[in-house]
Design a protein around this ligand. Structure first.
Ligand SMILES: Cc1cc2nc3c(=O)[nH]c(=O)nc-3n(C[C@H](O)[C@H](O)[C@H](O)COP(=O)(O)OP(=O)(O)OC[C@H]3O[C@@H](n4cnc5c(N)ncnc54)[C@H](O)[C@@H]3O)c2cc1C
Length: 393
């Protein structure tokens, strides 16, 4: 890892060492810009995995990460939605198969820790990329440059900052970008499980009145659990003795996978939603959760973040001199606003349709799922929409 020097000038600074930070840094360096990435080391709960769809996997292949990830990545060949509410109007169970849209799998489930480790290996090979493990403390956009203070009093200046610094983004605040924030009074309990009955590469979402209870395949007879529920319920579940917890998750998953045994720590993530009002301003572009946060329903968050990186990959190589110039900032904002806003709206609608006790909304949801289950062209449209698969449409 490089030693920090004071007052060194880079063309682009990327802030944040999560998956989108490394992706943005690789894109910037590959576009030919001298790039610095500020990536303090991050620890991921063992149960944190991301279901990444076809286009995200294609991007990981382009970055050369796939050989490191393939062995432990679990294919997601089918997706099953089960209405597990006790409501008057319930939807039929629906299963979507990737083969219906000509794909071997919708995508793969990958541990967040493996993903970031694979990115780190590639980043270390990039000559134009310097990595500092220190956090950035101050970001000051000025005329023609952005000043940064980091580590123990070091400084640098850049032409463009890419904020990949997560939901509480300092970069976003420095850019003067306001947000819309809301919450659903939900939390996610995350862990991994050993299962008795093979999962057959099927991801299963049990939709309950208080949030989805999702089991996603891992390699072998293991699955990751994302249990979204009211915070007092997840708080109680995390404290259950292991045998009681095992019995509770087997009950909630209707014994579809037989006996289940929790095999890693249980972690809780409070859920909230946030949408930035712009996605770039004042020589600062936002990617990933610095720009958009929503609950883990339908595995959309990081897939959307990777589409931010894809947009950088299209815009940055076209720029000749100043990557932070106003036209580049504007181009990035315009390129991302439709996708980010529509995806945030769709996830919000899906979550609210579960939480609502409003009968007509329940009826609409049940009808939509019934149609999705029985009308092949609609099924295909929905599957492609869920994947946001431009390459397949
Ligand atoms: C329970 C759960 C399950 C999920 N499952 C899925 C899924 O299946 N599929 C999917 O697509 N998405 C999923 N998501 C969403 C996905 O996890 C997020 O979209 C993704 O992790 C966001 O990555 P990021 O790089 O934008 O942000 P982060 O991972 O939050 O990274 C931000 C980084 O910036 C660093 N940072 C912050 N401030 C500074 C600073 N000042 N200087 C330097 N560094 C800084 C932080 O230390 C951190 O490492 C899930 C989310 C949750 C909560």
């Amino acid at each position: 890892m490089a030693r920090a020097r004071t007052d060194k000038h880079f063309e682009i600074a990327v802030i944040g060492g999560g998956a989108t930070g490394y992706g943005a840094a690789l894109s910037a360096a590959k576009a030919g810009f001298s790039t610095v990435l500020f990536a303090p080391s991050a620890r991921f709960a063992p149960g944190r995995t991301a279901a990444l769809f076809h286009d995200s996997i294609a991007m990981l292949e382009d970055f050369g990460l796939w050989p490191d990830l393939a062995a432990n990545a679990a294919p997601l060949k089918s997706m099953r939605l089960v209405d597990a509410t006790a409501r008057l109007i319930r939807a039929r169970e629906v299963t979507f198969h990737a083969s219906e849209i000509g794909l071997p799998a919708f995508g793969y489930n990958i541990a967040n820790a493996d993903l970031v480790e694979a990115f780190q290996k590639q980043a270390a090979r990039q000559a134009r990329l310097t990595i500092y493990a220190e956090p950035v403390h101050a970001i000051e956009p000025r005329k023609g440059e952005v000043k940064l203070a980091f580590g123990k009093g070091q400084k640098t200046s850049v032409s463009l900052v890419i904020g990949a610094d997560g939901a509480r983004s300092l970069a976003r605040r420095a850019a003067g970008i306001a947000t819309r924030d809301w919450d659903y009074a939900q939390a996610a309990l995350v862990t991994t499980l050993s299962i008795e009955v093979p999962h057959q590469d099927i991801s299963t979402e049990f939709h309950t009145e208080t949030g989805p209870f999702t089991l996603v395949p891992l390699a072998g007879r293991r699955m990751s659990l994302v249990w979204v529920d009211r915070p007092h319920i997840t708080d109680a579940a995390v404290k259950l003795a292991e045998p009681d917890f095992n019995a509770e998750i087997e009950r909630k998953s209707r014994s579809v996978f037989g006996r289940m045994i929790v095999d890693s720590e249980r972690a809780i993530f409070p859920l909230r939603a946030m949408l930035a009002e712009r996605f770039a301003a004042n020589r600062i572009m936002l990617v990933g959760e610095a720009a958009h946060v929503f609950p883990p329903i339908g595995a959309q968050g990081l897939n959307l973040g990777f589409r931010d990186i894809e947009a950088l990959g299209q815009i940055l190589p076209r720029l000749r001199n100043d990557p932070g110039e106003a036209s580049a900032i504007d181009a990035y904002h315009r390129a991302r606003q439709g996708d980010i806003r529509s995806r945030t709206f769709a996830v919000d609608l899906l979550n609210r349709s579960l939480l609502t006790s409003f009968l007509p909304a329940q009826a609409l949801r049940a009808t939509a799922l019934a149609l999705a289950g029985s009308v092949p062209p609609l099924r295909r449209v929905l599957m492609k929409q869920g994947l946001a698969a431009r390459s397949q449409s």
